[in-house]
Ligand binder design. Structure first.
Ligand SMILES: [Zn+2]
Length: 517
């Protein structure tokens, strides 16, 4: 075709950069999808490094996985990174990097680890695999063991050639939403190659963001739980971290896994936390049919309770006996179970941890968990079945351990020489008398104290709440005037907050809600 011959002769002496610009324009304008929102792009590795350096291309987006490696100047890099750079420098092609062009930035949908590794290479944090040799213009280049500066020093001509001629291929989308990107990310990363928590994280929603922020050890916005951040974690080898006061696993988004399970259990008390139910829960949240928003505050309270408890752990506790995910999850279930009957108050975090640790040892030595058929379940199995057992089993096991807690607490109350338990069980039903509840119900017309917000009705089994002011005034907390009946939702959201403050919160919520309409 003549036109092609014309173009080819015109660009005969042009640089690769000009050729690439031409090809990119053709792909952008002519070889795109019907809407013009999706097309291919090519770039030299030099250009790509510059774009990464100035932040135009960024992997810091929500549906991305956490970067697995720690780049250290002058270091060797992780074997995976070394192999990757070994194939790039020898002109083997890389899979597509998928990006979303939005507001002048290119958000990397897939290829974040590769891109950050490329940055690590150009900042001399990675060395090429040992023994790597590449033939260039008839000469054998000894590239093995060298980092970028050394390759440039030894082989300047080759370096320049590589920078100019090694090309990265992109699939580009224009202005896709986070949801659309996360769908693409999920499609590209099959369930098999990602850990379950990694996969769940890509099911984008406000809740997924909330969970990721709380567990993100790299987070700079101060949202991370203390136990996963800063002084509370240590690096065991490059890129691998662990908690100092807990045994929750770090790899494959183990911290996320922990946060998501406690969140799930707040909404679904004493349930099994299998991958299937958690995944479905994430999907419901994405589709807007979940109840995360309603429980957000309660979830935060529960995570704070665990966080504060763990911070009481001893500095020198042997690692093997630090509480890990199953032990903490089980304890949380016990607390949830006890709170159906009592108000659970931690009085001494370390004592509670010690008590729980001793209880675990005790439970492991005896046949505590015997079902109706006389079948025994070792406690180890109970711990490992929190995600794979049946809901009824969780309920049974938890109630057995809860009874033990009650017994030990009562012993301690009777006899101060008994072992310390670190918690108190306050009787809920005694705080507000039945007759008082009845009167208050009638006065409130069987509506929740915060009915304007929640629209819920209340019954005798609803929680009673007494305003704190009654104590300071010296009045009894069981006076009708000082009591409110609230629905479960409001009671949970209010938590220990004083009524006068919570009223303000509710007023604001109502304003926000009605303002939106
Ligand atoms: Zn209510």
């Amino acid at each position: 075709m003549k036109i092609i011959n014309d173009i080819m002769s015109k660009i005969e002496n042009e640089t690769n950069t000009v050729c690439r610009t031409l090809v990119n324009q053709i792909m952008r304008l002519h070889l795109c999808d019907p809407d013009g929102n999706s097309f291919s792009r090519i770039m030299s590795i030099r250009e790509y490094n510059e774009q990464l350096g100035n932040g135009v291309y960024t992997a810091q987006v929500e549906y991305q996985r956490q970067y697995c490696y720690t780049d250290v100047k002058g270091g060797n890099g992780h074997p995976w990174q070394r192999r990757l750079m070994g194939s790039l420098i020898t002109f083997q092609s890389l899979d597509y990097i998928w990006v979303n062009d939005i507001n002048g930035e290119s958000h990397i949908i897939d290829g974040g680890q590769r891109s950050r590794t490329i940055r690590g290479w150009f900042t001399n944090c990675i060395r090429l695999p040992r023994g790597l040799v590449y033939k260039f213009k008839g000469k054998n280049l000894e590239l093995g063991g060298k980092n970028w500066s050394e390759v440039k020093d030894y082989y300047p001509e080759f370096s320049e050639h590589w920078l100019e001629n090694y090309q990265i291929d992109f699939k580009v989308f224009m202005n896709y939403t986070n949801e659309e990107c996360s769908v693409i990310f999920t499609k590209l990363n099959t369930v098999n190659s990602m850990s379950k928590p990694e996969y769940r994280n890509s099911i984008w929603s406000d809740m997924a963001t909330f969970i990721r922020e709380l567990s993100d050890f790299e987070n700079k916005e101060n949202k991370t739980l203390d136990i996963f951040h800063g002084k509370q974690i240590e690096e065991t080898e490059p890129g691998k971290f662990r908690g100092i006061r807990h045994g929750i696993k770090f790899g494959k988004r183990g911290f996320d896994d922990f946060v998501s399970k406690i969140s799930y259990l707040t909404i679904n008390p004493l349930k099994v936390t299998g991958n299937k139910v958690l995944e479905e829960w994430y999907r419901n949240e994405r589709e807007g049919t979940g109840s995360f928003k309603k429980f957000k505050k309660k979830i935060k309270q529960n995570l704070k309770w665990i966080n504060d408890l763990i911070l009481n752990e001893k500095d020198n506790q042997t690692r093997s006996s630090l509480l890990g995910l199953p032990e903490i999850q089980f304890l949380f279930n016990v607390k949830t179970h006890l709170e159906r009957t009592y108000e659970f108050k931690t009085t001494n975090g370390l004592q509670l941890i010690e008590f729980w640790r001793n209880t675990i040892t005790l439970l492991k030595t005896k046949d505590w968990f015997v079902d109706y058929n006389g079948d025994k379940t070792p406690f180890k199995t109970c711990l490992s079945s929190l995600s794979s057992g049946r809901d009824t089993e969780i309920e049974d096991w938890t109630s057995i351990v809860s009874d033990h807690f009650v017994e030990k607490y009562n012993n301690w109350k009777k006899d101060s020489t008994e072992i310390e338990v670190g918690f108190k069980l306050l009787d809920k039903s005694r705080t507000i008398k039945k007759s008082v509840k009845e009167q208050v119900l009638v006065e409130q017309d069987f509506k929740c104290e915060y009915y304007d917000w929640c629209g819920n009705r209340v019954t005798m089994s609803s929680p009673g709440d007494h305003s704190e002011t009654s104590h300071t005034d010296g009045g009894s907390s069981s006076d009708v005037d000082n009591c409110d009946m609230t629905c479960e939702d409001c009671n949970g959201e209010k938590g220990p907050m004083e009524k006068k403050y919570y009223k303000l919160v509710v007023e604001q919520k109502i304003k926000d809600r009605d303002g939106e309409k």
